[in-house]
Design a protein around this ligand. Structure first.
Ligand code: AMP
Ligand code: GLY
Length: 450
């Protein structure tokens, strides 16, 4: 151990790689693992919480983390995109495994950089993350491998795109071909609105230089199917649904998600089987065939349309806020799952609790538009006194010893129970105990199933 501790990484990280190899040998003896979680919102809080339930995990770091995560992990002041600094941190702090939350870090190639340095990481390579970072790549992949999705065409020329849209039907779906923080999809009802969006995306480069995917508009309930994936191997998680619109009745602007729940009674076992066998498994196999095998969480954003289940989008990471309701239902040790994928090792049986989970997001007044920060939050301890309640922090900070709001989405309050109704009631009861002058939430989370 002495030697290990004294070794410092050289400029190319080689000495530290050596350190890691020695540590690998050492790890054959039972040892508490050190884990780094990259990210800082509610999703990462849920991952940290799941890791802290593992019997194998000792120390948890989270970069950058947040005020809530700080209760369960040591927060490290590094941003998710500081890939080289994160690698050096992992090397210097003998991190055994890194888990990545946000897509920006994956699209920036964090997994490749860590693997090159001999570090174990749970998350897809930059090439595999393209399934989320390029809509056009995802659509071409689905077309080539016969995976059901809306029909589409891709354009980089404004006039051509407008001509195509003019001859099609409305509403029409316009997707910017790149990461746009959830704002890259517009569904215009009229030609005039479509024209404005196409100008924004193709002439004014509002999201950056990129193409536009023009897609057929589909209808039906949407749901999220997250799977642990290692190459062709796919292990499904419990199904979930989020609520993207800001206001009750699914009205108002799109947000990062105002609530979520799991499981989904309106998706039959047959539907789930179809989605697994005809969508998730084939797409994992397609990624292998294309030379960019996927390792991590593959998120299928699916829709149950009148003509069957179709793909709306793929994401290359845990969903937010779905993860906050799904991971509390995981009975197995998540460190085993992350390790099996990171090491190409056999996966132990993954067990899920036969329970329901529902979460309400408490957001700052004004969100997703401009909002104020720094409002004191009280009552968390009272809300958490019920063991069926969990609270994940999305955007909080501590100022002069007081917990305050610091983001658009601030807290997610999750209830669990034998039924969705019980989970709903538990969560709402806890929400009622939280006092803050500047928060709102949607009371109708789960309306489809209650
Ligand atoms: P995305 O970022 O691709 O998930 O799109 C954001 C939201 O736009 C989705 O959650 C859907 O509600 C909606 N959407 C995307 N594509 C379609 C489509 N082809 N038909 C209908 N709605 C869509
Ligand atoms: N809840 C949608 C997403 O994670 O992208």
């Amino acid at each position: 151990m002495e030697i290990i501790n004294r070794l410092q990484p050289g400029p190319d990280g080689r000495a530290a790689v050596f350190t890691h190899i020695i540590k690998g040998i050492e790890m054959e003896h039972p040892k508490e693992a050190t884990v780094l979680v990259v990210g800082g919102g509610g999703r990462c809080h849920a991952i940290v919480d799941a890791l802290s339930r593992s019997s194998q995990v000792g120390k948890i770091y989270c970069a950058p983390g947040n005020a809530g995560i700080a209760a369960q992990a040591e927060c490290v002041p590094l941003k998710d995109t500081q890939v080289m600094e994160l690698r050096d941190f992992a090397l210097q702090n003998a991190v055994d495994l890194t888990v990545v939350g946000p897509e920006v870090a994956l699209a920036a190639g964090i997994s490749d950089v860590f693997r090159e340095a001999g570090l174990r990481i749970f998350g897809p390579s930059k090439a595999a993350a393209t399934i989320e970072s390029s809509k056009d790549f995802a659509k071409r992949l689905m077309a080539k491998y016969g995976i059901p999705t809306a029909s589409y065409r891709t354009f980089d020329d404004y006039e051509e795109a407008l001509g195509y849209v003019r001859n099609g039907s409305f509403p029409v779906v316009l997707k910017y071909d790149g990461l746009a923080a959830g704002k890259g999809v517009v569904i215009p009802e009229t030609l005039e609105d479509a024209d404005t969006t196409l100008k924004d995306m193709l002439l004014d480069d509002r999201f950056g230089k990129g193409k536009v995917v023009v897609e057929e508009f589909l209808t039906g309930p949407e749901f999220s199917f997250m799977c642990f994936v290692d190459g062709e191997k796919v292990w499904p998680m419990a199904l979930s649904q989020d609520h993207k619109r800001a206001y009750e009745g699914d009205k108002g602007p799109n947000t990062g998600g105002m609530g979520a729940y799991s499981p989904l009674p309106f998706i039959t076992e047959e539907d789930r089987e179809y989605a697994l066998e005809h969508i998730m498994k084939p797409v994992a196999a397609a990624m292998v065939a294309e030379g960019c095998p996927f390792k991590g969480v593959l998120y299928g954003g699916l829709m149950k349309t009148p003509s069957g289940i179709k793909v709306i989008e793929f994401n290359c990471r845990f969903g937010d806020p779905e993860t906050e309701v799904v991971l509390p239902l995981l009975e197995s040790d998540i460190y085993d799952i992350f390790s099996a994928v990171a090491d190409d090792a056999p996966m132990p049986e993954i067990r899920w609790k036969n329970q329901a989970s529902m979460g309400f997001v408490m957001a700052s007044e004004g969100y997703p538009g401009p909002y104020g920060k720094g409002f004191p939050i009280e009552g968390l301890e009272d809300a958490l006194s019920d063991p069926a309640v969990r609270i994940y922090h999305m955007g909080t900070a501590v100022k002069d010893g007081q917990l305050v709001t610091s983001g658009g989405r601030v807290l997610m309050v999750i209830g669990s129970g034998d039924t969705l109704l019980q989970a709903h009631d538990k969560a709402l009861e806890a929400v009622g105990k939280i006092k803050c002058d500047n928060l709102f939430y949607r009371r109708d989370i789960g309306w489809r199933v209650l």
